[in-house]
Design a protein around this ligand. Structure first.
Ligand code: GRF
Length: 216
């Protein structure tokens, strides 16, 4: 399966995806990395892995639709079958969503539906929750509202702040995202009525907290 990864920042999730493809844990290849900000570390990581990169700066387009049309055309040129948002700081419009319906994934640093949107870890710390985590979900028209594929729980420790909690959540993101992409690439994911069904997943409820059976 050919992946298109969209990133705006440090690209540590992109790195986890590149490593997963290189090791064979993800039966797929990153066909292109798209970035909307020049100088993002994600671009360096892609180049170091020998993956084609495209810089698509939104300020060069007059509307979201125009930007998305170019993005779709570019993803198609690279034969992309699954789009992976990895810290892509830009909302997607209907042009992209309809071109890749149920074929766009995102990683979010909270246990959705808690704390959607920006600063999810800050929101979790402020709310005083005892457990947070991360979620890989299919992207729909809402903000972090799409069908959930994998989640991992991360305990909030005494004295945690946004930075310390975010670092432990990020470590789990690097496990969850490659695993979720591998499930798609293996053709094991079905979406029915906004729920994700994974072929071959262990139905034992005692083992499903943090979806560990999907991770190991
Ligand atoms: C991660 O926290 C991810 O959950 C969020 O953006 C951040 C991206 O980090 N969507 P990185 O660029 O992959 O290091």
């Amino acid at each position: 399966m050919r992946l298109g990864v969209l990133a705006s920042g440090s690209g540590s999730n992109l790195q986890a995806i590149l490593d997963g493809c290189a090791s064979g844990k993800i039966p797929a290849q990153v066909a292109v990395v798209v970035c909307n900000l020049p100088g993002a570390r994600a671009l360096e990581r892609a180049r170091a892995a020998g993956v084609p990169t495209v810089l698509l700066e939104h300020k060069q387009f007059s509307s979201r639709d125009e930007y998305d049309r170019e993005l779709v055309a570019m993803l198609r040129r690279h034969g992309v079958e699954l789009v992976c948002l990895a810290g892509f700081m830009r909302l997607l419009g209907p042009v992209l969503l309809s071109a890749f319906q149920n074929r766009i994934l995102n990683i979010h640093p909270s246990l959705l539906p808690a704390f959607p949107g920006l600063h999810a870890v800050r929101q979790a710390v402020a709310a005083g929750v005892r457990v947070s985590g991360c979620t890989v979900h299919v992207v729909d028209e809402g903000t972090d509202t799409g069908p959930i594929v994998i989640q991992a729980a991360v305990p909030v420790l005494e004295g945690d702040n946004e930075e310390t909690l975010a670092a432990r959540i990020l470590a789990q993101e690097h496990r969850c995202y490659p695993r979720a992409i591998a499930l798609f690439a293996q053709g094991r994911v079905q979406i029915e009525d906004r729920r994700v069904r994974i072929a071959g997943a262990d139905p034992d409820p005692a083992r499903t907290v943090s979806s560990p059976e999907l991770l190991d």
